[in-house]
Design a protein around this ligand. Sequence first.
Ligand code: F6R
Length: 584
Amino acid sequence: MCGIVGYLGKKQAAGALLEGLYRLEYRGYDSAGVAVMDENVIRIVRRKGRVKELECARHLVGNIGIGHTRWATHGSPSEKNAHPHRFGRVVLVHNGIIENAHALKEECLTRGEEFSSETDSEVIAHLIERYLTGDPLLAIKKACERLQGSYALAVLIEGKHAIYLARKKSPLLVGKGEALLVASDLPALGNISHAYALEDGQFALLKGDEIAFYDGELRPVSPKEIAFDREEGEKETLCFEHFMQKEMAEIPAVLARSEVDFATDSRFSDFYRVLCQTEYIQIVACGTAFHAGLCAKEAIERLARISCEVTVASEYRYRDPIVKENTLCIAVSQSGETADTIAAALLSKEKGAHLAALTNVAYSSLTRAADSVLCTNAGREVAVAATKSFNAQLFVLYSVARALAFSRGREAPPMQCFSALAYRALEVAEEVRSWTPFFAAAKSAYFIGRGADYVVALEGSLKLKEISYLPSEGYAAGELKHGTLALLEEGTPVVAIATNEDLAEKTMNAVHEARSRGAQIFLVTTLPGLAAREEHSVLLPPIDEVYSPLISVIPLQKLAYYTALARGNDPDKPRNLAKSVTVE
Ligand code: F6R
């Protein structure tokens, strides 16, 4: 949700800023810009569109600069709304949302100040300039005290050879190597030896080759160093055309790593003590992570007989949720930076829940807020559409479901070698390539299933609409006849997921109802008898139905990918979306 970068070193800043922006592009890609200072003069280049449109800024001279890639919240995607924004001596980039921007802007307008963009961010530059009478950090602090909402800020001041940073609720990291670097996410820091995270309410000053961190009262504080894998982030798409393709191909490896982590992980054993005391479970998450939570509910309630409530984080945070004693709240988030998930998780913790973060980013904001951390170890996920992280979340959540069952003296079906099953699923799922002409030409599509298969239907539908832009719905198979059947026309594609032997024939009843109304049926199943009956089917390897979403989602991920390609879309960067949703 917007990415920011900064560079202060001995080389030309523009190249390093562009490299950082390319790596952050997944956070937003409707416009981009950089500001580079040379001899106390700050030059800004901004462009509508992707970072490649900004290549013309590479020639900018100067060894200090800041940059931004935008996902529009206030104001259309355009050059004038692109960051950096300048007012007087102040040039800044901002990630987050300023909720009281309108009132602050009115205040500036009455002072006769002019605005050149429709963004909420520009007003911050006005405030800093207003308070800029001495120490720039003090001016930034005073400006921040006026702001409501969230921000990660990198600021240049004409005449000062330094980068000033401030953070509230939006992520901001600083790296030290041959140069000092700033970024919203670790991979964008490039070649560094140390990385530090600004905490909420902190400020930082990058000057010469030193970084100084300050608390909210501008008292010096020790920075929080982040451990990181130097190899990570260097792996590019290699032989794959798209990150999404690469990330799906990594699912078996991710599951193999998870099998090792959760067989031997001592943190998980510590967590077992928490599980023994848990009487209620609440899961909060958004999007695909929410679907992982729904799958977990199926497994937890079935295996452990513990009540599990799963709520979309943006709803949970504005309800008055009931948190009973001995509640475990599991906040699921690939990025660990989703604003709604963090807010919901904190609310649950405040009401007395033990908060466990299930995330793919060990240094994320969610991790820092949690009482226990469960890491998915899926590796960096670049494509906006989540794939391998979903499978990794499922693995951990199923491990939790099993541990809960054991803590109650209950049995749970053994975990098979899921990595091998996923490998086979990837192979057989290639069949969906032949389905794509039906989807590419369709006006809408439907996914149906029962139980865990219904949750997979929801995820398949989300993935399809997200990257192919084809309107689509995931539906409980039994509900189709209560309204949605009216939408089916001759040739409307309906994908049925049937992995549960007891429910499969019930799902097939809905299939027959749909087919009689002209629907074109596509089946994803683990049951050979069913597959043999359908013209278009993917037969997955046998897997215990409790865990089946781990592999039944794979053909649907591929279906979305190939349909996006057939419709001429970029599957890695779908329109209007961004990978990490750090705003409400
Ligand atoms: C869908 C997708 C989104 C995310 C959602 C939550 O493919 O990627 O729906 O799942 O924005 O993101 P995280 O998991 O980072 O909290």
